[in-house]
Design a protein around this ligand. Structure first.
Ligand code: NAD
Length: 430
């Protein structure tokens, strides 16, 4: 039976490489839909947690992991050879940037090597990691073909960007439409059949490059609009206008406007990184991605701006930043999640420390921050309030008691409009 039919009959076995924020929800969804799934990760700690029925991703309940593992539908493993059984291999490994802002494809290359070691006729290989247009064709395909099998003839090959939004209770794997672009029409069709097992809407495009570009359009769209609104926030501050009031009023326009909000800078694995994959690739075509570079400059300058606002707030109390106690509220990169990757809070803590401030923090989701030379343990908000000269709200977690924060801290810099509606001389907005 060919792979498409086996998929439709739910007889195909899936393999997921990389069980992080992207790979684990997918693997669990497959298992919950009765698809036997081999989950491969190089991180023994994660695999052991899963084998014990425990989740390490807040959006994935441990009960789902336990059920998937106990029924034998999810097989977490660090043994790459187990992937040989998989009819579909879906690669979900990280794609960070190097310090030079060049793409770091080393994880993808390694995962593709693993895939190549078990590749056989009739398999489907899908890359989900966000990357520049051309990666599937130029990096993945040749590495898979090195052993003699040919894409399009012997195996199927596709790219499908991941759109997971950690912490979003409304949109999860099943109801986020999935874009798929195959190396050829048959690959698109088989990949379509694969995702239809777990996703309500699959959106086929005609090539892997188009699918790769879709993700970069989505994330560049956010990075550029956030950059624009951050610039507007700085402008409004100079002009004495409340930027939040302006955005709230503008968004009452029922067409042609979409609200974006200013903040302390970009964070997470996607928005601060992905656009640079695109601008890097564009340079090979002698094309300068000006919007991306400009948004990068504006967004990248926000942590410095926040620290200057803290210095201004302290100045109002005749205090220098050097030697003052600053308490950071929230270090995760966005509300109600535990992820600190690329979080602007880390830059802000570092900049505050460099200027001599004594920094503490609270975050209900992040007990410890391990950032380069600094290892800091979070403390309760009340302990911060007992000693701090100024608080700075970086992440507007719902669990924070904002009226009490205003009451107990002598000064508060609010980078998120978390104190909307509360009036006090102590509050310094972005
Ligand atoms: N996190 C998000 O919100 C999000 C959203 C959309 C797209 N993405 C993209 O998805 C990709 C994965 O991101 P993530 O957030 O899931 O990363 P992650 O760091 O949470 O997970 C990646 C996993 O891959 C494993 N891994 C690394 N190299 C491996 C290898 N050679 N073999 C097997 N396992 C390996 C790691 O141990 C880790 O568990 C990235 O390209 C990212 O840009 C992420």
């Amino acid at each position: 039976m060919d792979l498409k039919k086996r998929l439709e009959a739910k007889q195909a076995v899936a393999g997921v490489i990389g069980l992080g924020y992207v790979g684990l929800p997918l693997a669990i969804e497959l298992a919950r839909n009765n698809v036997k799934t081999i989950g491969f990760d190089v991180d023994l700690r994660k695999v052991s947690e899963l084998a014990a029925g425990r989740s390490y991703i807040p959006d994935v309940p441990s009960a789902h992991v336990a059920e998937a593992v106990n029924t034998g539908l999810l097989i977490p493993t660090t043994d790459a050879a187990s992937l040989a059984e998989a009819d579909v291999i879906d690669i979900c490994v990280p794609t960070p940037l190097r310090k030079t802002k060049d793409p770091d494809l080393s994880y993808v290359v390694k995962a593709v090597e693993t895939t190549a070691s078990v590749l056989r006729r009739g398999q489907l290989v899908i890359l989900e990691s966000t990357t520049y247009p051309g990666t599937t064709d130029e990096v993945v395909k040749p590495a898979l073909e090195a052993k003699g099998l040919k894409a399009g003839e012997d195996f199927y090959l596709a790219f499908s960007p991941e759109r997971v939004d950690p912490g979003n209770p409304t949109f999860q794997t099943r109801n986020i439409p999935k874009v798929v672009g195959g190396y050829d029409a048959a690959s698109t069709e088989v990949a379509h059949a694969f995702y239809q097992l777990v996703v309500e809407t699959v959106v086929p495009v005609t090539s892997t490059r188009a699918a790769e570009m879709v993700k970069l359009l989505e994330n560049t769209f956010r990075a550029v609009n956030i950059g624009m609104v951050n610039e507007l926030a700085l402008m409004c501050h100079r002009m004495g206008i409340d930027v939040w009031e302006v955005i709230d009023a503008a968004k009452t326009k029922p067409f042609g406007f979409m609200p974006f909000y200013p903040g302390p800078g970009l964070g997470g694995h996607c928005i601060p990184i992905d656009p640079f994959y695109l601008s890097w690739k564009a340079k090979q075509f002698n094309f300068e991605a000006r919007f991306i570079e400009l948004a990068g400059q504006v967004n990248g300058s926000m942590p410095e701006y926040v620290v200057n606002r803290v210095a201004e707030a302290l100045n109002a109390h005749r205090k220098p930043l050097n030697g003052s106690r600053v308490h950071v509220l929230g270090v995760a990169y966005k509300r109600d999640i535990d992820d600190v990757r690329e979080s602007p809070a880390l830059d802000i803590i570092e900049l505050l420390m460099r200027r001599g401030a004594l920094v503490t923090y609270s975050d209900p989701f992040v007990p410890e921050v391990d950032h380069g030379p600094h290892q800091i343990t979070g403390i309760p908000v009340a302990d911060g309030a007992a000693t701090a000269d100024c608080a700075v709200i970086i992440t507007d977690h719902k669990a924070f008691d904002y009226p009490s924060i205003v009451e107990t801290f002598p000064l508060i810099v609010d980078t998120r409009n978390a104190l909307k509606g509360i009036r006090s001389d102590k509050i310094f907005a972005l």
